[in-house]
Design a protein around this ligand. Structure first.
Ligand code: BTN
Length: 254
C-alpha cells in the first residue's frame, strides 16, 4: 500500500480553519488518548490521529480493527463550553459520509442507524461519540471517534463477512480525507438541515429490521428517525417503539 503518511502539516493544509493536531504512528486508542487529554482541561478542540491502534474500540466495547497504513483512526476532542454540539454521533456520521462521497463519488454509502456506515451492506466505518462529565456542570467534553477502512484487505476471520473497505485503490490521501471529515463536521455542526441529510443517507428507514437493546429484542419496520435521533420501529402488531440506543442486528432484504 502506498497511502499517504499521516502528517500534521498536510492535514492542516486541507483544513478550513486552524486546529490543534496530534499524530501518532501507534496508539492504543485515539478515543482513550482524548479522554486523558480532557483531564488537562484544554479549552480548544484537538484532533488526534493515528496510523494504527493496538486497542481501538467501538460501541459495546467491541474491538475496532485498526491496522497500519490502510485506515483512518481519528478522534476530535471538543470542549463543549466553546464548541457546543448535540446529536454528535449523527453529525459525525453525516460529516464522514459527506467527506467520503467527496473523495469516492461512486461509492453508494449508507448509514446504518445509528453509527455505522455501510458500502454494499458491509461496514466500512464506525463512529463512537463519548462524553466526559466534569462532575459539576454536566458534560464538559465530547469525543468524536471515527474509524474508516479505506483499503484494508486482511480483516480477521470473525469480521470478514461484515466488514469491508471503501476502495481497492492503493493510493489514498488520508490527510485530505481526515481534514474533509473535520471540515464537514464544523460546517454542519450548527446547520439546521443536518438531520434531513442523516435521514437521506440512512439506509435503515423503510426496511424490516431486528433491533437489540439490552434484553429487548424487536422485529419490525424502521418507520422514521425523530428529531432527537431516536429510531421508531413498527412491530407486526402495528405498535410503535422508539429507541435512542440499541443496535440493528439484522436488516432483512424483503
Ligand atoms: C463502532 O464501530 O461501534 C465504532 C467504532 C469507532 C472506532 C474509532 S477508530 C478511532 C477512535 N478510537 C477508538 O478506539 N475508537 C474510535
Amino acid at each position: 500500500m502506498t497511502n499517504t503518511i499521516l502528517a500534521k502539516n498536510e492535514i492542516a493544509k486541507y483544513l478550513n480553519s486552524g486546529l490543534n493536531i496530534l499524530t501518532f504512528d501507534e496508539i492504543n486508542s485515539t478515543n482513550d488518548y482524548a479522554k486523558k487529554l480532557a483531564e488537562k482541561r484544554p479549552d480548544t478542540a484537538i484532533l488526534i490521529v493515528a496510523d494504527h491502534q493496538t486497542a481501538g474500540y467501538g460501541r459495546f466495547k467491541r474491538d475496532f480493527y485498526s491496522p497500519s497504513n490502510t485506515g483512518i483512526y481519528m478522534s476530535l476532542l471538543l470542549p463543549i463550553n466553546k464548541i457546543e454540539t448535540d446529536l454528535p454521533t449523527l453529525k459525525a456520521c453525516v460529516s464522514t459520509v459527506k467527506a467520503l462521497r467527496l473523495n469516492f463519488p461512486n461509492a453508494d454509502l449508507k448509514i446504518k442507524w445509528i453509527n455505522d456506515i455501510l458500502l454494499n451492506n458491509k461496514k466500512i466505518s464506525g463512529i463512537l461519540a463519548e462524553s466526559i462529565n466534569d462532575g459539576k456542570n454536566g458534560i464538559a467534553y465530547v469525543i468524536l471517534g471515527i474509524g474508516v477502512n479505506l483499503n484494508t484487505t486482511d480483516f480477521p476471520l470473525e469480521i470478514q463477512d461484515i466488514a469491508s473497505s471503501i476502495t481497492d485503490s492503493v493510493t489514498v490521501n488520508r490527510n485530505k480525507i481526515i481534514a474533509d471529515i473535520v471540515n464537514e463536521f464544523f460546517k454542519i455542526n450548527h446547520a439546521e438541515n443536518f438531520l434531513a441529510e442523516y435521514i437521506r443517507f440512512c439506509g435503515t428507514i423503510g426496511k424490516r429490521v431486528e433491533l437489540v437493546n439490552g434484553n429487548q429484542h424487536i422485529v419490525g419496520t424502521a418507520e422514521k428517525i425523530k428529531s432527537d435521533g431516536s429510531l421508531v420501529i413498527k412491530d407486526d402488531k402495528k405498535n410503535l417503539h422508539c429507541f435512542n440506543s440499541g443496535e440493528i442486528t439484522k436488516v432483512y432484504l424483503k
